[in-house]
Design a protein around this ligand. Structure first.
Ligand code: ADP
Ligand code: MG
Length: 341
């Protein structure tokens, strides 16, 4: 039996700022949510979010739970945004080279977990990548940096230099900065899911663009999630995975990028070179929690097939990687989630 694309449950659209939002709005599912389910879509953190809940006859309670979950996303954004000058994360960045900032424990803890992903990935995942944020900005002001500029910015990147004392966090050198764009969205997906569960709903999907948590069932079946073909039209899929009680994240080079003289400059930066990572074009990771899939999709993307798939195995997650030549690499377990249905 085959289902047409319009019946596809979800298309993974890796998130981004404004452009991503517009594109995501176009390519989120066209079908209406089925009877008995509630779906609400809204922009938060510069990307489109969607939550779908099987309300089991309690539509009003489900609506309230979803509202609470969206409040939670906004709370996390206010705490962890590197773009909001008033956020506690921005306080850390503003104090770089001068003073440590006292921050809420929750922020200190996600920074510690991010540092662990840095260690596990031998520095491929590095939240201090943000020190290169000035040269790798994907707005109208984008210009290809010179090698010298990239080298200079790269010298500001090293997660090992993050200082933590109790709930005070600091960066020792002026110009250093932390950006949680590779992990915070996954964390927010998990938190939104927790709120829906605590309110008594167990069949739901939370999607923050490319970071998705699928809990329970949809109409009695596992959730069916489409994976974008990184070089196809938007909405063209590599295939589908069936998920229940699992998260999936996709990192791609096709969501936020600039093409200059035929070269693609995209938003996942290899901290070792200071340049956009070139080994992969798309990585999808499946695991129990979205924070983990989010961080590892980014890390594996940077590492490329050989080291990236080794990292996936060490971390006990399933991964699908499309390398720069379009060749497919997958863990055995990943293919067990795939479906032709
Ligand atoms: P998206 O945010 O589009 O879902 P990813 O989860 O792959 O994509 O994360 C990419 C984001 O992570 C970038 O936009 C940037 O904020 C941040 N980032 C870029 N390079 C790195 C890196 N090497 N390590 C950690 N975070 C990174
Ligand atoms: Mg990520």
């Amino acid at each position: 039996m085959t289902l047409s694309f319009r019946r596809a449950a979800w298309t993974i659209v890796p998130g981004s700022a404004v452009i991503g939002l517009l594109l995501a709005l176009r390519f989120f599912p066209l079908e209406r949510p089925p009877a008995g389910t509630l779906r609400i879509e809204r922009p938060v953190m510069g990307t489109l979010w969607s939550m779908e809940v099987d309300h089991h006859g309690r539509p009003e309670a489900a609506r309230q739970a979803v509202e609470k979950a969206f409040d939670e996303l906004r709370r996390i954004d206010a705490l962890m945004s590197e773009w909001k000058p008033e956020s506690p994360l921005s306080a850390i960045n503003a104090g770089a080279g001068r003073e440590m900032a006292g921050v809420p424990q929750e922020l200190r803890e996600i920074i510690e977990r991010a540092i662990r992903y840095g260690e596990e990935s031998e520095g491929a995942f590095d939240i201090t990548w943000r020190g290169m944020g000035r040269i790798w900005r994907f707005d109208e002001q984008f210009a290809v940096p010179t090698r010298a500029e990239a080298a200079e910015a790269r010298a500001l990147v090293n997660y090992r230099e993050i200082q933590i004392q109790g709930n005070r966090v600091g960066l020792p050198r002026a110009g250093m900065a932390i950006g949680l764009g590779g992990i915070a969205k996954g964390y927010a997906v998990d938190r939104a899911g927790l709120i829906l569960s605590e309110d008594g709903f167990s069949d739901f999907l939370v999607a923050g663009a490319g970071d998705i948590l699928a809990s329970g069932k949809r109409l009695g079946q596992p959730w069916r999630v489409g994976i974008q073909d990184p070089r196809g039209e938007r909405g063209a899929l590599l295939g589908h995975v069936l998920l229940s009680g699992r998260a999936v994240s996709t990192s791609g080079d096709y969501e936020r990028y600039r093409l200059v003289d035929g070269v693609r400059y995209h938003h996942i930066i290899d901290p070792r070179t200071g340049w956009p990572a070139g080994a992969s074009i798309s990585v999808s990771v499946i695991a129990g929690a979205a924070e983990k899939t989010d961080a590892l999709a980014t890390a594996i993307f940077v590492l490329g097939a050989e080291k990236g798939m080794a990292l996936a195995r060490r971390e006990g997650v399933e991964a699908l990687l499309i390398d720069a030549n379009g060749k497919r690499h997958a863990t055995e377990g990943f293919d067990r989630y795939r479906t032709t249905r």
